[in-house]
Design a protein around this ligand. Structure first.
Ligand code: NAP
Length: 265
């Protein structure tokens, strides 16, 4: 097995990484930063997001594992004092893995510009700088609503506890193979009307956000900011690819939600 480690710049994460590297070497596990079978992230959920994007071109060949050095995360199952146990679990090669849905993001442009394609682990948002965003929202090619407001967020089930939750989206159990559309400060009055609540869209369906022509849109894909001129539409659907986690340690999802947002006990 070949392992790559991605860590954040916190002192604790560097220390944990140093210790982990020693343990891996002691157990003859090869380190390979280019073509690993397993990517271990050391830090928080944000670190796991970075690790995902670094290796998102190899999702069929790579699994992820998260060690958290701060508070319990949604993608980080292992604690920093459990490194020995973690390395042992890699040596016995348990089949305990789990996979989660990803969001396929396709941006199309006016004129002959080629489409751009991204994968999101948490979410993708569309916003407009300082002006009201005006867009048609189509589900399965049929007009659903005309949106006016600050923007829209489209999230995966595992991303539902991130930005989506902050804007009033629902928390989705990660075993649900679907994606969620949530509004960011929609304008609702007698002239403009949207549904006004988040919606969960099936994996068999797709969403198109058709933008009014303008050159000041910002598209985000997890931590990535994309400023592009001439955007015509953004298409969202559940991706064919999934993210795989190795040596997965089951924790009751709602327990994790409670621990993160309500209380520790
Ligand atoms: P950041 O601004 O440094 O951190 C954002 C926070 O979101 C961190 O506390 C991070 O946890 C947490 N987070 C990330 N993924 C999560 C998930 N799936 N469930 C619950 N919490 C999660 O940003 P970053 O580290 O570059 O990560 C980018 C992500 O941050 C975006 O995808 C977006 O979802 C989220 N974000 C949220 C808000 C908001 O809620 N208002 C604003 C900006 C960005 P850790 O501390 O464990 O890393």
């Amino acid at each position: 097995m070949k392992v790559a480690i991605v860590h954040n710049h916190e002192h604790k994460s560097s220390e944990v990484t140093r210790h982990l590297l020693l343990l891996l070497k002691k157990n003859n596990i090869e380190i390979d930063d280019h073509r690993p079978d397993l990517v271990i992230s050391v830090g928080g959920d944000g670190t796991l997001l970075s690790a995902f994007h670094r290796f998102s071109h190899r999702l069929d060949d790579v699994s992820f594992l998260g060690v958290h050095t701060g508070h319990l995360g949604f993608y980080t199952d292992w604690r920093d004092y459990e490194l020995e146990e973690l390395v042992q679990s890699l040596l016995v090669h348990q089949e305990k893995s789990i996979s989660y849905p990803l969001l396929d993001v396709k941006i199309s442009f006016h004129g002959n510009k080629p489409e751009k394609h991204f994968l999101a682990l948490n979410e993708s948002t569309i916003k407009r700088a300082n002006r009201t965003m005006v867009a048609d929202v189509l589900i399965k090619d049929e007009l659903f609503e005309k949106f006016r407001g600050d923007g829209l967020s489209v999230s995966t089930p595992t991303g539902s506890t991130a930005y989506n939750k902050s804007i009033g989206g629902a928390v989705l159990h990660p075993s649900i193979n679907a994606f969620q559309l949530a509004e960011i400060a929609s304008l609702n009055n007698r002239v403009f009307r949207t549904l006004g609540s988040p919606i969960v869209i099936a994996h068999t369906e797709w969403l198109e956000i058709k933008l009014q022509e303008s050159n000041d849109y910002l598209i985000t894909v997890d931590q990535l900011d994309i400023y592009q001129d001439d955007i015509k539409s953004i298409y969202y659907r559940i991706a064919d690819e999934r993210i795989h986690f190795a040596s997965y340690r089951h924790m009751h999802f709602w327990h994790r939600v409670k621990d993160a947002f309500i209380s520790e006990d």
